[in-house]
Design a protein around this ligand. Structure first.
Ligand SMILES: [Zn+2]
Length: 507
């Protein structure tokens, strides 16, 4: 039914950062959009992060971003290939291991979670790329080879930025690699709108409010999009679908690549009942101890089944009404999203007073995301891939339609199941980008009439998903945060200085 996929993730650390720098900058500059994800040393008080007032939430996020740090950064560069009939992307995924040089808090629960998911603290301390937070310490911070300069390159590239549930990520990115966070939320959004003129997209907002999936946590959204995409491909390609291709890394480069296997949706053999909490939020307080199933594949299939059951039931009811000579109801409700789960208002902190981890914050590192059943990368795969390639970054055509046919796919079953968390930020960024790419294709096909016009806009680097432009998901709120510069808000002083340095005389 679906195909498995092997995603190469390039492992960037202190030792090879300089060597990989040119390739990373080119990948960013030539991309159509860039998806990011972060792993954090903590989030602080979970309840304040979900405060009723958005301004209060922002204060809590600022406090967290100033006192905690980014441990790793995932960067997925998606380049749309214009010479293909279907929407085809060349994807390059980087996982950067970082080490904040200043004091920061690391929360015990984060350590526990990260270790459980394969985060290697030895590697972080020995090989992490050092960085300082806040405002530039010297004018040179925007040049040379370091992480703040890479962030500057990202800004200069003026690409659409894609995140999943991205408010916290953006605040941490701003504080860690850009400048001291402004005190007010309106200033922050004003700064962001200038930093990313091509727009910010949040795939959690996209999947919940536009695609209207039954759940929108990262792994669920990714697997559901991938499943529907594979079905479109399998049915002869008439439905909306995207193709992803990867570079084939060889020679010296290949030693930095880990292959993350993302198997096709497992034929579900489990007889266990699904954990409803996990099913809705991608998180459950019982974690690994839970007796119910946290299998995302199983959850997706069950959601599809219940949606189908409801559809049939409605159809029966309509037919019954019809035969009774009544007017048919508006048929649009039939295609409505399966709101059998708690949607839009996923987190109600009042209902979960003892719940330190807001379920909404799930894809952040401090949560017990047990759904990581997506297989693993494995050290052993490195060699098998090396032997087949001849150039450092030759485009690999064997991943067309997501079916991985190259030899390293074959031996993954027998390899040890390595820790899937090792390149978590990189792979999460890949998943985020995939959801976005699929959503663009899917939603454009839905409104086929406007396709041509949108295509042109897209090529200008504008308006990928017009309805989602600059809308950032807010947990428990029906409306997103709009990343705009309002007539009443000013940019921050630090940001204005940065703008001078980033673009001044260099455009
Ligand atoms: Zn559970």
């Amino acid at each position: 039914m679906t195909s498995s996929m092997v995603v190469p993730v390039i492992d960037v650390q202190y030792d090879n950062f300089k060597e990989l720098w040119p390739a990373m900058v080119v990948a960013i500059k030539t991309s159509s959009f860039v998806a990011l994800d972060t792993e954090l040393s903590g989030l602080g008080n979970r309840k304040s992060l979900l405060a009723e007032s958005i301004e209060d939430r922002y204060k809590a996020i600022c406090h967290a971003a100033r006192s905690r740090s980014i441990l790793s950064l995932g960067v997925a560069c998606y380049k749309k290939l214009s010479d293909k009939t279907a929407d085809t992307y060349l994807v390059q995924v980087y996982n950067l291991t970082l080490l904040c040089s200043e004091e920061y808090i690391i929360e015990p629960q984060s350590v526990q979670f990260l270790v459980q998911h394969g985060f290697d603290f030895n590697k972080q301390y020995a090989h992490g790329i050092p960085y300082c937070k806040g405002n530039n310490k010297a004018a040179s911070d925007d040049r040379g080879v370091h992480i703040r300069a890479l962030f500057t390159e990202l800004l200069r590239a003026r690409k659409p930025l894609v995140l999943h549930n991205g408010l916290i990520d953006m605040a941490f990115l701003y504080q860690c690699f850009y400048a001291h966070l402004p005190e007010r939320l309106a200033t922050f959004t004003a700064d962001l709108s200038e930093m990313f003129p091509a727009g910010i997209y949040d795939t959690k907002y996209v999947t919940e409010f536009e695609i209207r999936l039954a759940a929108s946590y990262l792994e669920y959204a990714y697997k559901k999009c991938k499943l529907d995409n594979s079905r479109s491909v399998a049915s002869g390609g008439s439905g909306p679908h995207v193709h992803v291709e990867f570079c084939q890394y060889a020679g010296h480069m290949s030693s930095y690549v880990d292959y993350r296997v993302c198997p096709s949706l497992a034929s579900v053999e489990e007889q266990t009942d699904i954990c409803l909490r996990f099913s809705a939020f991608g998180w459950c307080p019982n974690g690994t101890q839970c007796l119910l199933s946290h299998n995302t594949d199983l959850i997706i299939l069950q959601d599809e089944k219940s949606k189908e059951d409801k559809r049939k039931k409605r159809k029966r009811q309509r037919n019954k009404k019809k035969s009774e000579g009544e007017l048919m109801e508006d048929s649009s409700i039939v295609d409505g999203s399966p709101k059998n789960k708690v949607a839009h208002m996923e987190v109600d902190p009042d209902k979960t007073p003892d719940n330190q981890q807001g379920a909404e914050l799930c894809h952040k590192n401090t949560q017990q995301n047990e759904g990581d059943s997506m297989g693993a990368d494995s050290e052993g795969n490195r060699n098998s891939a090396t032997s087949t390639a001849t150039e450092d970054t030759n485009k690999n055509t064997n991943t067309n339609d997501g079916v991985e046919k190259s030899d390293h796919a074959a031996n993954t079953g027998s390899e040890k199941k390595a820790d899937a968390g090792t390149h978590r930020a990189g792979f999460d960024a890949f998943m985020t980008g995939f959801i976005f790419a699929y959503s663009c294709t899917h939603l454009r096909k839905e409104g086929a009439g406007e396709a041509v016009e949108e295509k042109e806009q897209e090529e200008d680097g504008q308006l990928w998903l017009p309805n989602c432009l600059n809308k950032v998901y807010l947990s428990g709120k029906a409306a997103p945060l709009n990343v705009v510069k309002s007539t009443f808000s000013k940019s921050s002083k630090a940001h204005i200085q940065k703008m001078e340095m980033v673009w001044g005389g260099r455009v």
